[in-house]
Design a protein around this ligand. Sequence first.
Ligand code: HPA
Ligand code: ZN
Length: 322
Amino acid sequence: MSWKTYPKVELHLHHEGAAPPAFIRGLAQEKNVDISKVFDERGHYAYENFVHFLSVYEAATSVLRTPEDYARLTRAVLEESAAHGVVYSETFLSPDFCGGGDVEAWREYLHAIEEVADEAEKTLGITLRGVITCIRHFGPEKARPIAVCAAETKGGFITGFGIAGDEGKGKPRDFTWAFDCAREAGLHLTAHAGEWGGPQSVRDALTDLKVERIGHGVRAIEDLALVDELAEKGVTLEVCPGSNVTLGLYPNWRRHPIEQLRERGVKVTVSTDDPPFFHTTMTREFEELERAFGWDAEVFGEITRTALDAAFCDEDTRARIA
Ligand code: HPA
Ligand code: ZN
């Protein structure tokens, strides 16, 4: 079956990480910025490993300098997602890259992004919500103003707060101030954990940051007591199988633990993370999961309902999409 037009819900997508390479190259040319190191000879994003990926990501992002650049990016990202049947998407936005953590500067970026999102809802039939993320390797001090940006702009569009970046740096508890600030403002919470860190990293995110969802979380599979706890508590995992396979966390799709997690009762969902970096799309994720585990429309229907249930949106929006 062709999954391209199947209606999809995507919960884990980095806003800049979804930028088509041609879009970033075009902006770099317009602004006369040399980012040749970002691409290989075929024009694909080029990196050696996860930590290098993060620095290439930041170099690519460095050409995005104005609210108008983010408006154009948002349009490109939503067109691409909609072309793969995505009807609801949440993207991670980091005010570190949009005004450097200054609330007033961030508001201008937000306004530009939201305007495009509103338009896309009407023309492309895709609903976007924003999850503000602090960046772990920038450190806990940098995370505070980011949480303030999130708290100050919580509303119809900004509905969540999270943490991305290098899981190898620092501990979740270093970021409790930021997460407490976001929680008190009424934002939903998620954290990248259990991708490069093992089960303890997932436990720490749950205990110290009190998140509702975990970004990745797949390495919980190394501790079955934790898997059962995730299932019991109904924690939703934002699983990005193609990202994990491309980055070498698992040697191939068949060895990815998403099926075992699902069979043990964990709420799993499927997302692309940074699609052009990882040579994936939501359609490809579905095709590979069908090939690896025989997933059919019944399983994908269950996955999609799980994602919509865990979406950081209000009940009216959820009902409209369902
Ligand atoms: N993981 C963690 N941090 C990130 C990513 C990612 O895939 N993309 C951008 N920041
Ligand atoms: Zn991610």
